[in-house]
Design a protein. Structure first.
Length: 281
């Protein structure tokens, strides 16, 4: 468990470079931090992590009241999740890491790049939240998803629609998300999370152009929740950002782990090689 200001969270590390030296990373080991979607847990990244070269150390977590993490002492808002992610990188990779996030994890990663750029050597936003504004229909849906009865009833169909499941990893991730919304403390946490999506603090559109770290955007072409038009607009906003679209739903790394790994591997090599050059200059 990692101690944060609002309670402990479960995390794990993977990769030969992690086992060869103690955490935290001082920046000499290529480290990638993986932040999952809401209702999901760190096992969404299992297939991806197995495909990455052993030279990369990966760290992932379970959000508060998700997976193996207790609820903690504060509401499960997107902003709290972003604070938790920041504290994880600060403690385990103070020399900086590539920070990759899916959905609310993408929001947390982007906010970290804005607030603490020294911790983010590279940013990967995967079907990320925080860039679609808060029009009336979005606020209304967030309010509905904030109701326990509605969320519990709709989540099996909702997850089927956003996952577009076609692999065993997709179905495992979908069932884990449904299970999170079936019991406490996960149900209340996901309710709180959805209500927080309507908050002005969750809107990063005006700040996105200030992101100054190397950025890769990976988007599912069939994502109905945060559609690819959001990724395309974000690619035009963040200086130097590169957008990759995959034939997937909202969680590309479980639907197409091979394609996703190839893009991440290339980006990580560029980021870490550039970092080594700066360190020796």
């Amino acid at each position: 468990m990692l101690e944060t200001s609002t309670g402990p969270v479960a995390y794990d590390v993977y990769g030969a470079s992690c086992r060869q030296a103690k955490m935290p990373s001082d920046g000499t080991r290529p480290t990638i931090v993986l932040l999952p979607s809401g209702a999901h847990d760190r096992h969404d990244f299992d297939e991806l992590r197995a495909l990455l070269p052993s030279r990369f150390c990966t760290i992932s977590l379970d959000w508060p009241a998700h997976g193996e993490s207790p609820a903690g002492s504060a509401p499960a808002t997107a902003m709290r999740f972003a604070d938790v992610a920041e504290q994880l990188v600060e403690q385990l990779a103070p020399g900086g890491a590539i920070v990759l996030g899916n959905s609310v994890g993408g929001f947390a990663a982007a906010r970290m790049a804005l607030r603490r750029p020294e911790l983010v050597r590279g940013l990967v936003v995967v079907d990320g939240g925080g860039f679609d504004g808060r029009p009336p229909h979005v606020r209304a849906f967030c309010a509905l998803m904030g109701r326990p009865g509605f969320l519990r009833a709709i989540y099996p169909a909702f997850s089927r629609r956003y996952m577009r499941a076609r692999t065993a990893a997709d179905e495992r991730a979908r069932q884990a998300a449904i299970a999170t919304t079936r019991r406490e403390p996960g149900l209340s946490a996901v309710n709180e999370l959805w209500r927080s999506f309507a908050s002005p603090e969750h809107d990063l559109r005006r700040q996105a152009a200030s992101i100054a770290v190397p950025t890769l955007l990976i988007w599912g072409q069939r994502d109905p929740v945060i559609p690819p038009r959001i990724g395309r607009r974000l690619a035009r906003t963040i200086p130097g950002a590169r957008l990759v679209e995959l034939d997937t739903g909202h969680v590309p790394h479980t639907s197409d782990p091979e394609g996703f790994a190839a893009e991440l591997r290339s980006f990580a090599d560029e980021v870490f090689v550039a970092g080594e050059g700066q360190a020796t200059a």
